[in-house]
Design a binder for this molecule. Structure first.
Ligand SMILES: [Zn+2]
Length: 98
Protein backbone atom coordinates (compact mmCIF):
# COMPACT_ATOMS: atom_id res chain seq x y z
CA UNK A 1 0.00 0.00 0.00
CA UNK A 2 1.27 3.46 -0.91
CA UNK A 3 1.87 5.46 2.25
CA UNK A 4 -0.03 8.42 0.80
CA UNK A 5 -3.12 6.21 0.51
CA UNK A 6 -3.17 5.63 4.28
CA UNK A 7 -5.55 7.97 6.05
CA UNK A 8 -4.80 9.08 9.59
CA UNK A 9 -7.33 10.01 12.26
CA UNK A 10 -7.40 11.69 15.64
CA UNK A 11 -7.25 9.03 18.35
CA UNK A 12 -9.74 10.95 20.49
CA UNK A 13 -12.45 12.29 18.15
CA UNK A 14 -11.89 10.10 15.08
CA UNK A 15 -11.75 13.09 12.72
CA UNK A 16 -9.48 12.64 9.73
CA UNK A 17 -6.18 14.49 9.93
CA UNK A 18 -5.05 16.13 6.71
CA UNK A 19 -1.58 17.24 5.68
CA UNK A 20 -0.41 20.69 6.70
CA UNK A 21 0.24 21.47 3.05
CA UNK A 22 -1.72 21.12 -0.17
CA UNK A 23 1.25 19.41 -1.82
CA UNK A 24 -0.22 16.02 -2.91
CA UNK A 25 3.17 14.37 -2.34
CA UNK A 26 3.07 15.16 1.39
CA UNK A 27 1.42 12.47 3.48
CA UNK A 28 -0.76 13.67 6.37
CA UNK A 29 1.02 11.20 8.65
CA UNK A 30 4.39 12.83 8.09
CA UNK A 31 3.17 16.43 8.29
CA UNK A 32 -0.19 16.55 10.02
CA UNK A 33 -2.00 19.86 9.96
CA UNK A 34 -3.64 20.92 13.22
CA UNK A 35 -2.58 17.74 14.97
CA UNK A 36 0.35 16.16 16.81
CA UNK A 37 2.08 12.95 15.78
CA UNK A 38 3.16 10.67 18.63
CA UNK A 39 5.25 7.53 18.27
CA UNK A 40 6.08 4.72 20.67
CA UNK A 41 8.58 1.94 20.24
CA UNK A 42 7.08 0.20 23.26
CA UNK A 43 7.12 0.34 27.01
CA UNK A 44 8.50 -2.16 29.44
CA UNK A 45 5.59 -3.17 31.59
CA UNK A 46 2.96 -2.90 28.91
CA UNK A 47 1.49 -6.28 28.07
CA UNK A 48 -0.12 -4.56 25.09
CA UNK A 49 2.83 -2.89 23.33
CA UNK A 50 6.50 -3.71 23.85
CA UNK A 51 8.00 -5.22 20.67
CA UNK A 52 11.60 -4.67 21.91
CA UNK A 53 12.71 -3.77 18.38
CA UNK A 54 14.04 -0.41 17.22
CA UNK A 55 12.35 -0.66 13.83
CA UNK A 56 8.71 -1.01 14.89
CA UNK A 57 6.58 1.80 16.26
CA UNK A 58 3.00 2.68 16.94
CA UNK A 59 1.98 6.02 15.50
CA UNK A 60 -0.83 8.04 17.03
CA UNK A 61 -2.35 11.34 15.98
CA UNK A 62 -4.28 13.70 18.22
CA UNK A 63 -5.84 16.84 16.80
CA UNK A 64 -5.01 20.15 18.47
CA UNK A 65 -8.55 20.78 19.82
CA UNK A 66 -8.62 17.33 21.48
CA UNK A 67 -5.14 17.82 22.94
CA UNK A 68 -6.23 21.13 24.41
CA UNK A 69 -9.32 19.52 25.93
CA UNK A 70 -7.08 16.95 27.61
CA UNK A 71 -4.27 19.36 28.56
CA UNK A 72 -4.62 18.61 32.27
CA UNK A 73 -3.55 15.03 31.52
CA UNK A 74 -0.48 16.02 29.45
CA UNK A 75 3.00 16.28 30.95
CA UNK A 76 5.52 18.78 29.63
CA UNK A 77 9.07 17.41 29.90
CA UNK A 78 12.40 19.20 29.57
CA UNK A 79 15.40 16.91 29.17
CA UNK A 80 18.59 18.19 30.76
CA UNK A 81 22.17 17.09 30.38
CA UNK A 82 23.13 14.15 32.61
CA UNK A 83 19.73 12.58 31.84
CA UNK A 84 17.72 14.48 34.38
CA UNK A 85 14.20 15.57 33.58
CA UNK A 86 11.76 18.19 34.78
CA UNK A 87 8.11 17.23 34.52
CA UNK A 88 5.46 19.89 34.92
CA UNK A 89 1.86 20.19 33.86
CA UNK A 90 1.70 21.08 30.19
CA UNK A 91 1.01 24.75 29.34
CA UNK A 92 -0.41 24.82 25.80
CA UNK A 93 0.55 28.52 25.46
CA UNK A 94 4.29 27.80 25.29
CA UNK A 95 6.22 26.10 22.51
CA UNK A 96 3.45 26.58 19.99
CA UNK A 97 4.02 25.65 16.38
CA UNK A 98 3.32 27.88 13.42
ZN1 LIG B 1 -9.56 15.11 17.82
Amino acid sequence: MNKNDIKVFCLICDKEVFAATTDPEVWAGSMPGGAIHFTSSGNYGSPLWDPMCDFIELEIFICDPCLLKKKDKVLHCVTHKKNTYDYTPWNPDIHKGV
